[in-house]
Ligand binder design. Sequence first.
Ligand SMILES: C[S@@+](CC[C@H](N)C(=O)[O-])C[C@H]1O[C@@H](n2cnc3c(N)ncnc32)[C@H](O)[C@@H]1O
Length: 209
Amino acid sequence: MSRSQRIRHHYQPRIDDMRANYDVVDWASAEAQQIRFAVLADNLPLDGRTLLDVGCGLGDLLTFLKGREISTDYCGVDLLSEMIESARSRNPDGRFVCGDIFHAEQNGDPLGANELFDVVFCSGMLNLELGNNHDFLPDALKRMMQLASGHMVVNLLHTRTEKKYPHCTYYDPDSVLKILKPFTADVRLIDDYLPNDFTLICNAADGRQ
Ligand SMILES: C[S@@+](CC[C@H](N)C(=O)[O-])C[C@H]1O[C@@H](n2cnc3c(N)ncnc32)[C@H](O)[C@@H]1O
């Protein structure tokens, strides 16, 4: 099975109107999902900014930001057309595009040519175990840094997690910081909001690649 087939295989059966949104996108609870959004919103100015939500799922980040009266020029991208359709129906005012920003050369770029965003955010997209997550991570971080004119923010599951699931991948913050070193010297690690997660806030304007 290819990488995208495995992602589809995991999420497609979860897309069901009877499930809560957090459950469709496979977070443990709505609170755990929203705490991750709050780390973004509490640490960067977002009002009036262009924001790319990579692996946007049902677009819950946009709903969260509107609830806080934060107005962004939002774009959500997801691999699954079913997620995008559902996200559009929940937030008709949002821009949602379907595709894979990491394989744009083979499959076509779902974003505009040379499009940059003030903030690129990626919540949970890199946590599903696909057999090559740690090999894929440097390319994924590089691509997201390239798409950001201001900041790139990513959260990942932490290796310190006590109850680990076999379908998830866990990351060591120090190893991820090493990967980011060639791209920027300005990275902030936040790891005090949940026991199983950490967030990296990277200044993409510092040492642009
Ligand atoms: C854990 S869910 C998180 C959804 C959303 N960020 C949230 O927190 O509500 C991960 C999402 O990433 C999407 N995804 C995984 N790999 C992707 C890729 N290469 N490109 C775009 N979307 C991807 C999945 O389809 C899924 O909707």
